[in-house]
Design a binder for this molecule. Structure first.
Ligand code: ATR
Length: 286
């Protein structure tokens, strides 16, 4: 193990409950890398300056979480294709005093779908509930990975239409349109779809009312909730009741972390160590 300690951080506001430090520190240890991963609470008004100072502060890289992903997009020297697609940056690498930004969320979801649900996106029909930052970026990413049809169901139609425009630009041959976030419309298309993803923020609180009911779910469809805490969200409960095979977002968290690890270190991520650390961190979370 080399002696020089390299610092990687995660910035957010607030940052208290991030599981990334336990996951990444376990990964660095297992890979024999002398890196330390630390959380930093950075206020929105300080974010741009903090990021620009990373090379001088000696950081090897950072992760960026809510609400800084767009500021990070506007702060780096170079953007990857994935970052441009997402319009957001959640991972920065410092190299030769320059900042390289990427987004690992889309690839994290793709890998989780493959490894957890044995689901290959190419040629599939997908309904995405939600058109915020998360919904838009995964819609564009899944379209470029060969999804045949993407349907955006969102409470505010204007936001759904923005997501549709983004997908069209990213992947002109993908069939894409918006529908209302109502049981009867989601049900109509769920009959000919393979996967429903919840990318709304509904379900973060245990007493949230689900965005759709079991009536909107086709039996046997895959339902993937990007939320991982609580483990069983109100949307997952409804989806289960409707006969879906359900997954929460823990797998995506794991795999986006693995993609970030690879971006910083150039090494393959020690997945099983990271998964165990995440599960332990989650059990111990308040
Ligand atoms: P994120 O970065 O997690 O995507 P966001 O950009 O704030 O967060 O987006 C939140 C998403 O959850 C949006 O799609 C939002 O719908 P609107 O575009 O209509 O605002 C959705 N959302 C939040 N609260 C909701 C609710 N009570 N019912 C339905 N959708 C909701």
């Amino acid at each position: 193990m080399s002696k020089k300690i390299r610092i990687i951080g995660v910035i957010g506001y607030p940052i208290k409950h991030s599981l990334s430090p336990v996951m990444q520190n376990a990964a660095f240890r297992a890979a024999g890398l002398n890196y330390r991963y630390l959380p930093f609470e950075v206020k929105p008004e300080e974010c741009f300056r903090f990021i620009r100072l990373l090379p001088r502060l000696g950081f090897a890289g950072i992760n960026i979480t809510v609400p800084h992903k767009e500021t990070a997009y506007n702060s780096v020297d170079y953007l990857s294709r994935e970052a441009k697609l997402a319009g957001a940056v959640n991972t920065i690498k410092v190299h030769n005093k320059k900042l390289y930004g990427t987004s690992t969320d889309g690839e994290g979801l793709l890998r989780s779908l493959k490894m957890d649900a044995d689901f290959v996106v190419k040629g599939k029909s997908i309904i995405i509930l939600g058109a915020g930052g998360a919904g838009r970026s995964i819609a564009a990413y899944l379209a470029t990975k060969g999804a045949e049809r993407i349907i955006i169901a969102n409470r505010t139609p204007g936001n759904a239409l923005k997501a549709v425009a983004l997908v069209r630009k990213a992947s002109p041959l993908t069939i894409v349109f918006a529908i209302k976030l109502k049981d009867k419309f989601v049900r109509f298309y769920s009959n000919t779809s393979d996967l429903i993803i919840n990318a709304t923020s509904v379900g973060l609180n245990t007493n949230d009312t689900a965005v759709i009911s079991h009536k909107a779910i086709r039996k046997g469809i895959i339902f993937y909730d990007l939320i991982y805490n609580p483990e069983v969200t109100s949307n997952i409960k409804e989806a289960k009741k409707g006969g879906a095979k359900t997954y929460n977002g823990l797998g995506m968290l794991l795999h986006q972390g693995a993609v970030s690890f690879e971006f910083w270190t150039g090494k393959k991520a020690p997945l099983s160590v990271m998964k165990r650390a995440l599960q332990k961190g989650l059990r111990e979370a308040p």
